[in-house]
Structure formats: C-alpha cells, structure tokens
Design a protein. Structure first.
Lengths: 488, 165
C-alpha cells in the first residue's frame, strides 16, 4: 500500500504537507531567486538537471517513517521497534523486507543483527535462583535487576544504561550493540528507552535515531543550509538539483553538497579537496624555485637573466642548466648547453610541475572568477532595482514592464553557475575529441553569458525582444551542454 | 602532615571512589597474575597501571621485557582502557609513539572484556604481527616485502631497547 502512496504523495500539486510550490508563488517571486521553480513547469521538464522533490518538516518526515514502521510491524507481526531496525538495515525497502522475511525469516533477523547467529547463552553467573552477578560491574543483584536482548547476554540494568549513555555521547544511536564480546546484536529502540533514565539522554538518543533514519532512507536528504530543519524528499535518486523551500539552498540530491552539474559527485569532491589543500603551494615552489647547486638553499627567480648568483653562498651558476657559470664563457646571456638540448628543462621535474601548475591555475582562475561574479549577484540585483526605479520615475515603462529584468538576472546567475562547474569537469577530463567538443560548448556558453550580461546592464524598453532572444540562446546553450555531458 | 600520610590519605580517597569492578580486577591481577605479564596500579592513581609484558617465545621479541602504561578512563568498562608501549618496539601494528592498533581497543571493545584479556591480546599480537592492518607503515611495508630483514630488525630493537633495563 505504501508503495503506491509514495507515488501519489509525490504529486507536486496535491501534497498535503504545505508544499510551498504554489502557495508561496507571490512571496518567492520577489528578487527572482526562486524563478527556477516559477518560470514554468514545462521548462523544468526540459531541464535535464531538474528533479521532482518536496520539502518536508521534521514532523512530516516522522509521520512518513512511522507509516512505514506501522505497516511493516502489522504485516510481519513484530514490534514497531524491531520493524525500525529492519527498515534501517534495508534502506527502508518495505516490500523487499517482507519478501525476504517470507523466504527466510530467521536468516533476515540474523543479517539485520536482531538475532544472534549463535544459540542464546547467558553471561549471568547465577547464585541460587534469586540473585546473579553482573559481569560488567561484578555486583551481585536480584534477578529482576537484570535484562537481556534476544542473544541472551544478561547484564544488570544499571550497566546497560551506562553503556547506552557512553555510546550516545559518542553520537551512536541505531548502532548501539550488545555489551558481550563478539556479539553482533543491535539494541532496539524500545530496549534503550526502557532503561535510559536521564531525560536529556533520551532526547539526544531520539534525535540521533531520527538523523540515522533519514540518512539511511534513499529518498530523504537533510537540507545542508545552516540551521535548516527541512528534509528534502525525491524519488529520483540521482545527482540532480533540489531547492529547499525554507532556506532556498539549492543542492545536489545525491551528495548533499552544492549543486555541481555537469561535474559528477566524485569529481567535484576531488576538485574541492584539491582547491582546499595546499598541495598547490608545494607545486608552486617546485615550479618557480630551484635549489642552489652548491649550498642547496631554495631560490625563487623573479626576473633577470639566467646568470644567477646565490644570495647565500655567492656561487655563480646558470639558471637553465644549473652548471657553473664560468664554463659558459663568452655567450654571456645564453646557455649553450640548453640550446643544444632544450629538453633539459622540459624533461626536468621542475618543468613538469610547472606544466601541471599552469593547467591547474588555468581552470582554477576561471572557476574563481565565476564564483566571484555569482557572489556579486546581490549587487547586480540592487543595480537593476535602482535602474528600474529611475526608468519608472522618468516614465519609461511601468514597474511591471521591467519585471522581466529580474527573470533575466536569475537566468544569468543560473547560466554562470553551470559555467562555473564546467571547469572542474574539464580539468579532470582526458584529452580527446570529447574534451574538444566540451570546451567548444563551454566557450559558446561563456560567450552567450557575456552577451546576456551586457544586454541586461543596458536594457531599454525598446529592446525587450532582443533580450528575450539572448536569454533563450544562453539557456539553450546551457541545457545543450548539460544534456550532452551530464551523467546522472 | 608528612608525605607518607598524605599519600595514604589520598589513596584511601581514591580507593573509596573506585568502582567495584576495578577493585575486583586489580585484586585478581595481583592474586593470580597472567604468566608473562605483570600489571601493578600506580601508588597515586589506582586507574593507572604499570605493565610489563615479556616477549613471547619463538617470536622476534623473545627475551625482551616491554614496558607499557595502561589507563582506565572515567567510564571504564563502558570505554576501552588506553594502552601504550613505553619501550621502543619494531612491530607493524605499533607506531613510534607506542600506540597500538588492536581492534578490541577500538571498535571491538566490549564492557565484558577485562584488563587481563586486553593484555593477553597484546601479548598475542607480539606473537602474530599483522602487516595487512598496519599502524607503522614503513615497518609493515618491510614486513611484507622482506620478512627476514624485518624480523632481524625486530630482534635487534628487542636486544637494544628491551633487555637489561
């Protein structure tokens, strides 16, 4: 039942959970940041990066998860707590679990770490019939103060409670295991909650459990926006763009990072790591400096001829071949050794590092530039606002006439965003005809973006048609590039 | 108050605070020591143990006496004890700082394990180094490429650092 319910739930219009797609139409319209959603749904369908999604509040997610739990517990006649362990272990694939349970219930319970693969045994040292000694705290207590999981490993309730607290403090919740050595059995939620006494611990446990459930559910993703409580749900489990309706953060549904088409999740991670670490500093040193052949101090050549004198040891040498300068004789400013064999420098490690650095900087500069342009978006919007104000005051069109400029600015931002993310893609691409095609399309897109940007800045009421045309061209270039190279 | 008296007083206070589990374990370690292993609590801190493990027979560490320190954290036995080699040792699962790569000291810890079982596991690790799960990379590398040379190194280090002191 719930399988089909998913389908109907996903319908964008009749969602019952305050989906703001249409309610907030006029509120969001303002400065065009949401124009993506609004322009029209036709366009979104053509857009290869668009994924149908909805934004849920915590209570809505809880309701959704609980429906699954309830159904599974009814169908299999197990406690809701065990149903949760099963669902969590199987990425919430309800039908799958039911099928597996029918085939081999015992096997499923073992692989889901609900049941032990061994016969139940008891770790409690019985002393007569009424008392036992807990193996963890070595206290002798009456039997009703002990508890055990299905594996039979019995410990006193105080020790269980302390075990849970220590685990929860480390951020572990659904992964809390039995205390016995080599026992794989996981502690279900009801067992934890029946023994955990401190209110703060119970709350933390429940928060962590919820977090784990959402993370294990393939259709759910926490919004990465700062302090945002929204959970985005999409049935397209691919690297597509979703936008949080609450904080407006767009992100990649698959990896939860900033949206990055046409680059894929793995590549963008590699790129960002590369940009973040300072391996490029080492690369720079390698490319721009050499060690003095005599005293081995590191020298950066920042101009001048190839005749170097070491600042440290006053040794005269040739920057090209690193040989003693005295041997260079009359050809004062030329290194003959280098002339005979220009490969000396090309083969050298320095030269290779320099090449690698040049390549990286080429892509990085463009990436940075577009990223900076995007950050100036607010400024652009302000400029447009004041420009419209002026125009309207001078009776050149009405406020409504000028609204299309915001739409154009939002489209420009979207194109720039895609362009920015084409650089990491190109950087990691292997040379070949496909790369040539990619860079051609990239150049086309870049040219149209600059055109559009120019036209937006100088828009008049009379050339609206021209601007609309340019918008269309830029967007077409963007979509073509994505269609050809976006692999989701 | 003289220093001895202060120490006794301090010790009494610490003992009074000590969980029964730790007292029991300490008593048993004293009464029935594990062969080849000695673990003595520090005079000033009952959670800190001075440990000496003898190198197992038929291992490159044979004949050596290895000093270790063992500390029982506040939430012991819910958390694993912290153990470190003080004596230098050439072993693929023990690094330059004496830190030990052993599953039961990390994710496989169970509150049902004890100081005794931990020390036995460490002794077993000396008999059976595991270069596929290394902590000291250079040692593990050599252990895999040229086991003979690695064992010679281990013997040399044992002789140099773990004997006559």
């Amino acid at each position: 039942m719930s399988g089909e319910e998913y389908e109907s739930d996903m319908d964008y219009t009749d969602s019952d959970c305050g989906d703001p797609g249409y309610d907030d139409y006029y509120n969001n319209q303002q400065w065009g940041s949401e124009a993506d959603n609004d322009i029209d749904s036709e366009q979104n369908k053509k857009d290869p990066e668009y994924a149908i999604h909805e934004c849920l509040k915590v209570e809505e997610v809880e309701r959704l998860l609980n429906e699954n739990v309830e159904e599974l517990s009814n169908r299999l006649q197990i406690t809701p707590s065990l149903a949760k362990v099963l669902l969590h272990a199987h990425e919430w694939a309800l039908q799958d679990i039911i099928l597996k349970y029918r085939n081999d219930a015992s096997g499923l319970l073992v692989t889901s770490k609900i049941k032990s693969s061994h016969e139940p045994d008891s770790s409690i040292a019985l002393r007569g019939a009424r008392t036992g000694t807990c193996l963890v705290c070595v206290n002798t207590l009456s039997l009703e103060r002990f508890a055990a999981l299905t594996c039979g490993h019995t410990f006193c309730k105080d020790c269980w409670c302390m075990h849970f607290e220590v685990q929860i403090i480390q951020g572990i919740s659904t992964g809390i295991g039995c205390m016995a050595q080599d026992c794989e059995v996981l502690v279900p939620e009801d067992f934890v909650l029946s023994l955990l006494t401190k209110l703060t611990m119970r709350e933390r446990y429940q928060q962590f459990v919820f977090r784990d459930y959402v993370k294990s559910h393939p259709q759910l993703r926490f919004c990465p926006g700062p302090n945002c409580q929204i959970v985005v749900r999409s049935k397209e489990l691919r690297a597509k763009k979703v936008i949080c309706s609450s904080c407006k953060t767009p992100f990649c549904f698959r990896c939860g990072m900033d949206y990055h088409a046409p680059t894929d999740c793995g590549t963008i991670k590699k790129w960002l790591t590369k940009c973040a670490d300072d391996s490029e500093t080492a690369n720079y040193i390698c490319a721009h400096t050499k060690d003095c052949p005599k005293c081995h101090i590191c020298i950066e050549k920042n101009g001048g001829c190839n005749h170097m004198q070491c600042y440290n040891c006053k040794h005269d040498f040739c920057w090209m071949c690193l040989g003693d300068w005295k041997a260079h004789g009359s050809e004062y400013y030329e290194c003959s050794r280098y002339k005979e064999n220009p490969n000396i420098s090309r083969e050298s490690v320095h030269a290779q590092a320099r090449e690698a650095l040049k390549k990286y900087l080429h892509y990085y500069e463009r990436w940075e530039n577009h990223s900076k342009s995007l950050k100036l978006e607010e400024q652009t919007l302000e400029t447009i606002k004041s420009r419209i104000h002026k125009k309207v005051m001078h009776a050149s069109g009405t406020w409504i006439d000028w609204q299309h400029l915001f739409e154009a600015a939002s489209l420009l931002a979207r194109c720039r965003y895609t362009l920015q993310y084409t650089y990491p893609y190109a950087y990691f691409m292997e040379a070949g005809p496909r790369k040539v095609l990619f860079e051609y399309q990239q150049a086309q897109l870049e040219a149209e973006i600059e055109n559009l940007s120019w036209k937006i800045e100088r828009a008049e009421t009379t050339d609206r048609g021209d601007l609309e045309n340019q918008k269309d061209i830029a967007e077409k270039r963007r979509v073509t590039l994505l269609k050809d190279f976006l692999e989701v | 108050m003289c220093w001895d008296a202060l120490d006794l007083w301090r010790q009494g206070l610490i003992m009074a605070d000590l969980p029964r589990r730790i007292i029991k374990e300490t008593q048993r370690l004293m009464q029935e020591p594990v062969p080849g292993i000695s673990a003595v609590p520090d005079d000033a801190n009952a959670r800190y143990f001075h440990v000496i493990v003898t190198g197992p027979e038929d291992s490159p560490f044979e004949g050596g006496l290895f000093k270790l320190e063992l500390f029982l954290p506040e939430d012991y036995p819910m958390s694993a004890p912290k153990v470190r080699f003080i004596t230098k040792i050439y072993h693929p699962n023990i690094d330059r700082l004496g830190r030990i790569c052993l599953d039961i000291l990390k994710d496989k810890w169970s509150p049902a394990l004890q100081i005794r079982t931990v020390l036995l596991s460490i002794q077993a690790l000396l008999s059976a180094p595991n270069p596929d799960d290394p902590l000291a990379n250079d040692v593990a590398e050599l252990w895999k490429i040229n086991e003979g040379e690695a064992i010679r190194n281990a013997k040399e280090w044992t002789r140099r650092y773990a004997m006559d002191n």
